[in-house]
Every structure is written in C-alpha cells, then in structure tokens.
Design a protein around this ligand. Structure first.
Ligand code: NCD
Length: 341
C-alpha cells in the first residue's frame, strides 16, 4: 500500500507523475482545495502512528533534511525535526544565530551552500516575506516554508485545519469541509503570516472567515480577500463556531500600534465572559506562543472542552510528516509519483 491509497482525495489525481504537482510548499495560496484535503487526509495516518509508542518508519531513510531557521521558533522547528526523524530521515538544524549569516553571508549564498550539501528537502523560516521563494529558485530539492515574514506559514494553516477537522469529527460532525462554519481570527492580523495562511486555507475549505483587530493592526484592503472585517470583538464573536486568537507580533512592529497591553486585553482579549457571547460550544484555537492575560486568558486557553490549542501542536507533527513525505515522493521514486515527462 502506498500512503496515498489512504486518501479519499487521492483518486482525483491522475497516475503517472502528476500526483502532487508542486515541488515546494511555499504558501496555501499555491494549493487547490483538493490538494489541501489530500494533505490533510495523508496526515491522518501519521496522527495514528504518533499515538503509538513505537513512532518510527523508514519511508525517508537515507534522505537529509535541513531545517534552516533565521527566526526563533519552538513548535515549528521542533515539530519539523520530530517529523523528519519519525519518517527515518537524517535531520540537521541550522540556526541563523550560529551560522555564517552573522558573518554577512547573503541568503542566496546560504541557499547555494545548503544545496551543495545535497539536502533532499530544505525547511526555511525567515523574517523576510518571500525569502523562501527566493531560496526555492536556487536549490534543486523541495523547499518548505516554515514562515516567511508577514507572508505565509502554510504548514500552520494546514495543521490548524487538521486540528479543527479532528475536533469536529470527535464531536460527531462529518466535517468533510468547513462549509457553514463562522471562524473568527482575532489579533494582530497585520503582521501575521498565520492569519494569511489560515484565511486562505479555511476559505478554500468553505468557511466564512471574520477578521477582527484594532484598525491599526488590520491590513488595508483585506476585504478583497473575501473576509469580513470587524473592529468590535463582541460583534465578531456573535454566532462564531471557532475563534482563533493571535499574539501581538511586537518584533515586527516599528512604533506604537496599541495604547497599552491592558487596554488591548480589555477590547480584544478572549476572556471567559466574552467567549460566552459566542456559541455554547465555540472552539478556541491559538497557534502559540501565547501571551496569557494579553490576547487570551488562562481560564479560556486551558478549557478542556473548548480549547484545542494542544491538539494544534499534536497535529503539527502529523502535517509536517505528510508534507515531507509527499514532497519527497518523486525523488524517492514512489510508485505513481515519477517525474512528469
Ligand atoms: C507563529 C509564527 O511563528 O508565525 N507561531 C508558530 O509558528 N506556531 C505565530 C507567532 O509567532 O505568533
């Protein structure tokens, strides 16, 4: 059995090398709806594997994966590392703080260096929007965007969709897609690659997305992407099925965007009282890292029946396994995934 046999969406792919038409995963914006569903379906087998005590397969044995991180990360870096190792690959991490980047090496030269080491996949996080695309142009292997500036964070969008789908299925809903769901994303939308990737992913899966932020933290013209824009959090929460909270990305702010953390919490913090204004079973999400007491209160973040924040982390490993597996299939010569003529 090839892993793709487990996906009900796999049948939509013609055999003979066109199974997943992308070499790289640079953004949700490049994916069709059925490709998103295919990756979610693929991830299910890894969710199951990760819940066993023996969590290792040798699908990627012999392959070298380089995680090149030019920005801090806990969840994303660790989960990419764990994902690669559980699939049997050799995984090495390059931290920019300890690399020649500090000696003035350009991004392109770093890319050429990683390529010369014959990596089989490169995972990149970079502070500059578009940097991962630039690197993808210079290397011969799949490149996975682990967050580029304010642009995209595709594996976060995918893992959030998987976490939500699993939570809904556990409640007995079929959740084939998210049609009919009202999903609120609240916080620093302006600086958030998570907001952008989630907006694209959730909409592709049929959800109605409401974006909520103070005017200074809302990108101008974002309505053009099909989202409903709110500045009043209580109004945004009315009838919401899901609320996803985002951190204030202070490291990307030049100048003062909010009067104070206290005032921000008063207007945009998710408190228990505020959550009660949504539906009685509204699910709570957060990509992490959380600033408890600023955008979200502890009593909400830790609500056992409503918060799926730790499930998001769990699904992060499975999604990254799916992406690494799928994107390396051509190079591994997996049946039906030969290079297109
Ligand atoms: C996010 C990121 O780095 O964009 N974190 C993550 O990957 N889980 C969100 C954030 O930093 O606020």
């Amino acid at each position: 059995m090839t892993p793709s046999d487990t996906s009900p969406h796999a049948a939509r792919y013609p055999a003979g090398g066109l199974a997943f038409p992308h070499r790289d995963l640079l953004g949700i914006g490049q994916l069709e709806r059925h490709e998103i569903l295919f990756l979610l379906d693929e991830a299910e087998q890894w969710v199951a594997l990760n819940r066993q005590s023996a969590k290792h397969v040798d699908a990627l044995a012999g392959l070298t994966i380089i995680n090149a991180f030019f920005e801090n990360s806990t969840r994303t870096l660790l989960s990419f590392e764990i994902a690669g190792k559980r699939l049997g690959a050799d995984v090495v991490n390059m931290h920019a703080a300890q690399s020649s980047v500090k000696k003035g090496e350009t991004l392109i030269d770093t890319a050429i260096t990683l390529n010369a080491m014959r990596a089989d996949a490169i995972v990149i996080r970079h502070w500059s929007s578009g940097a991962t695309g630039l690197i993808a142009d210079k290397v011969d292997c799949p490149v996975l965007n682990a967050g580029d500036g304010q642009h995209e964070h595709p594996t976060q969008g995918l893992l959030d969709a998987l976490a939500l789908r699993n939570a809904l299925r556990e409640r007995g809903e079929s959740a084939e897609d998210f049609t009919g769901l009202n999903i609120v994303i609240c916080g620093d939308i302006l600086h958030s690659r998570v907001a952008r990737s989630n907006l694209l992913c959730l909409q592709a899966l049929g959800a109605s997305v409401r974006l909520c932020a103070p005017p200074a933290l809302m990108p101008v013209g974002i309505e053009a992407m099909g989202a409903e824009v709110f500045h009043d959090f209580d109004a945004a929460l009315d009838g919401a099925d899901v609320v996803m909270m985002l951190r204030l990305q202070t490291e990307r702010m030049s100048g003062q965007f909010i009067p104070s953390a206290r005032e921000y919490h008063h207007l945009y913090g998710l408190t228990k009282a505020r959550l009660e204004k949504a539906k009685k079973d509204t699910l709570v999400m957060h990509p992490g890292p959380m600033n408890r007491g600023v955008e979200i209160d502890s009593e909400v973040a830790d609500m056992i029946d409503r918060s799926i924040i730790t499930r998001q982390v769990e699904m992060g490993v499975a999604i990254r396994m799916a992406c690494l597996d799928v994107l390396t299939r051509r190079a591994r010569g997996v049946d039906g995934w030969e290079e297109a003529a």
